[in-house]
Design a binder for this molecule. Structure first.
Ligand SMILES: Nc1ncnc2c1ncn2[C@@H]1O[C@H](COP(=O)(O)OP(=O)(O)OP(=O)(O)O)[C@@H](O)[C@H]1O
Ligand SMILES: [Mg+2]
Length: 354
C-alpha cells in the first residue's frame, strides 16, 4: 500500500506531541521510525492505525483519505512490544482469532493458519500455549496473528524490545526476509539505531514531535541535515571549538565552531605513519577497547577526546602512547544548521595508511 501523510498534528491537552509531520511511503517498503523516547513515534503509528484521532492533517492510503475510517477498515496489522497473546489460547487459536471475528469460513481459516504457521516457522507448535513458547517464538506468533487477515500495512511498535540481544538479531533478519517475501508495506519503531540501519529501506528520525529527516540509512549517516540527527546517528565526539584543530581553522568564518567528529573520519598512528604531519594533531591514547573485529581507540587531542576504530592487523596501541591524529572531516553545527567540513591542510586526499 502506498501511504501519504500531510501536515499531521496531534495535541494531548496543551502538549503538542506530533508537529506538522509529512511523508510518503512507497508500496512494499520497510520504514524504520527512530528517535528518542517521547518523540511521538507511537502517536504517529496510532494515528495511522486509527486508534488515535488526528487534530489536523491528512492520512492517505492508496490515494484515499482514511482519517475517518475506523481501524478495522484500514487494512492494517499490528505488532506491539507488549501486545500480549491471548494466554488461554493455543498458537493456532491466537492466529485465527481475527479471522473468526471477520467471519471467514472454517475451511479458509484452516488454510490461512496453516500457511502462516509455515511462513513463521512455527510448525509443530500449533497446539502450544503462549507460556510454553520462548520470547522469540511468541513474537513470531504475534506476527502471524497480525498478518492473518492479509493487511496492506504492517505496523510494528518496538516488536523486539523485550527480547534478548541474540534472538533479537535473528528476528531482525527474519523480519526483513519475511517482509521482502510478502512485499507488504511496513513501518517499525525502534530505539535501536543499529536495528534501523540494518533492516530499514528508509529511516525517519522523529524528535520532539517533528520529522527531522527521512532517507536511506546511508544518506542519513552521510549527510545528517540537522545537529540532532548528526548527534543521534553513529558514534561521535562533540568538539566545542573545531577551529583550534589543524586543518579546520577556516571554521572560524562559519556561524558556529561546535563540531561533531565521527570515528571513521579520524585516523591515529605514530608520526612515521603519516606523510603530511602538517595536517595532524599530536595526541595521547587514553583507552583501547577490544571490540571483537577491531579496536576502539580513545585519544586525547587538546581538551577533546576523540574516538576511532583501528583494525586488528595494525600495530597495537597502548594507553599513554604518543600518537598523531588526522581528522579528515567534521560536522559543524549550531542550533539550526549543520555543515560538513573537510580538513583543509590535507592536500593529498589519500594519506598514507597506518
Ligand atoms: N494519551 C496520551 N495522553 C497524554 N499524553 C500522551 C498520550 N500519549 C502520548 N502522550 C505524550 O506524547 C508524547 C509522545 O509520546 P509517544 O508515545 O508517541 O512517544 P514515543 O516516541 O513512542 O516514545 P517511546 O520511544 O518512549 O515509546 C509523550 O510526551 C507522551 O507523554
Ligand atoms: Mg512509543
Amino acid at each position: 500500500m502506498h501511504i501519504e501523510v500531510n501536515g499531521l498534528n496531534k495535541k494531548f491537552g496543551e502538549f503538542q506531541a506530533v508537529k506538522d509531520v509529512s511523508f510518503e511511503i512507497e508500496k512494499g517498503q520497510l520504514i524504520g521510525l527512530l528517535g528518542p523516547s517521547g518523540g511521538g513515534k507511537t502517536s504517529i503509528l496510532r494515528m495511522l492505525a486509527g486508534l488515535e484521532s488526528v487534530d489536523d492533517g491528512d492520512i492517505v492510503f492508496h490515494g484515499k483519505r482514511v482519517n475517518d475510517l475506523p481501524p478495522q477498515e484500514r487494512g492494517i496489522g499490528f505488532v506491539f512490544q507488549n501486545y500480549a497473546l491471548f494466554k488461554h489460547m493455543t498458537v493456532e487459536d491466537n492466529i485465527s482469532f481475527g479471522l473468526e471475528v471477520k467471519k471467514w469460513t472454517k475451511a479458509k481459516i484452516k488454510a490461512r493458519v496453516a500457511e502462516l504457521v509455515e511462513l513463521t516457522g512455527l510448525s509443530g507448535f500449533e497446539k502450544r500455549y503462549p507460556h510454553q513458547l520462548s520470547g522469540g517464538q511468541r513474537q513470531r506468533v504475534a506476527f502471524a496473528r497480525a498478518l492473518a487477515p492479509e493487511p496492506q500495512l504492517l505496523l510494528l511498535d518496538e516488536p523486539f524490545a523485550a527480547i534478548d540481544a541474540k534472538i533479537r538479531h535473528e528476528l531482525r533478519s527474519w523480519l526483513r526476509d519475511m517482509i521482502d517475501r510478502l512485499g507488504i508495506t511496513s513501518i517499525f519503531v525502534t530505539h535501536d539505531q543499529d536495528e534501523a540501519i540494518e533492516v530499514a529501506d528508509q529511516i525517519m528520525i522523529i524528535n520532539k514531535g517533528r520529522l527531522e529527516q527521512k532517507g536511506t540509512p546511508w544518506e542519513i549517516y552521510k549527510n545528517p541535515e540537522s545537529p540532532f540527527v548528526a548527534g543521534f546517528i553513529g558514534e561521535s565526539t562533540i568538539v566545542d571549538d573545531v577551529s583550534s584543530l589543524k586543518g579546520f581553522g577556516h571554521a572560524s568564518d562559519w556561524p558556529g565552531t561546535k563540531a561533531l567528529i565521527r570515528p571513521e573520519y579520524v585516523e591515529v598512528g605514530k608520526a612515521a605513519d603519516f606523510e603530511l604531519l602538517s595536517a595532524t594533531e599530536p595526541g595521547r591514547v587514553r583507552h583501547v577497547h577490544f571490540r571483537g573485529s577491531e579496536w576502539l581507540v580513545e585519544v586525547e587531542v587538546g581538551t577533546s577526546r576523540l574516538v576511532t576504530y583501528r583494525s586488528l592487523e595494525k600495530e597495537i596501541l597502548h594507553p599513554g602512547d604518543e600518537v598523531q591524529v588526522l581528522i579528515h572531516r567534521a560536522y559543524l553545527f549550531n542550533d539550526n544548521d549543520s555543515w560538513v567540513m573537510e580538513n583543509k591542510l590535507k592536500e593529498d586526499p589519500m594519506p598514507v595508511h597506518i
